[in-house]
Ligand binder design. Structure first.
Ligand SMILES: [Zn+2]
Length: 164
């Protein structure tokens, strides 16, 4: 799974697991002032588990519009906006990606844009909150994984939630 990290996620000291691919933006990397955090990021980059990526401008514009509409724009840094934009771009491309953040303002906008997000806990990234499940038989959507469709009994497939 791809995990987009905001600055709060990196500052939490979480470990980069080999099972995932981590993405941060140039702005987030620039925000890392403590040498130790920057070193962990650069180490992960060298090991190939973390990559610095930039979102396309149209996703940045979409995030700015949503942030303004929600009155959150002044609370967000350029790093926050770029992180949300990168997560939005991955979602639009249909990739299984999660935005890892402890920042409520960022979580609020992620929710409004139907971006999957997860908070960081002591154990790492918590369970993803916004997965959506679709029946492979009849197409009925569910917010939770109930394993089998209530209507036709077919299996459910996990999907990235759409809309917003
Ligand atoms: Zn069904």
């Amino acid at each position: 799974m791809k995990i987009v990290l905001d600055t709060s996620a990196i500052l939490s000291g979480m470990n980069f697991s080999d099972d995932n691919r981590y993405l941060i933006t140039e702005n987030v990397k620039r925000e890392l002032k403590r040498g130790e955090d920057l070193m962990r990021v650069e180490m992960a980059e060298k090991e190939g588990v973390l990559r610095v990526a930039e979102p396309k401008e149209r996703y940045v514009a979409a995030v700015r519009r949503k942030a303004e509409a929600l009155g959150e724009d002044r609370a967000l840094s350029e790093a926050d906006i770029s992180t949300l934009s990168l997560a939005l771009e991955l979602r639009e491309k249909g990739e299984e990606a999660v935005l890892a953040t402890d920042d409520y303002g960022i979580q609020n906008i992620a929710k409004a844009l139907s971006i999957n997000y997860a908070a960081i806990t002591e154990k790492g990234i918590s369970k993803v909150l916004t997965w959506h499940y679709v029946c492979l038989g009849c197409g009925q959507g569910y917010d939770r994984d109930i394993k089998l469709c209530e209507i036709c009994g077919s299996k459910l497939k996990r999907r990235v939630k759409r809309g917003g």
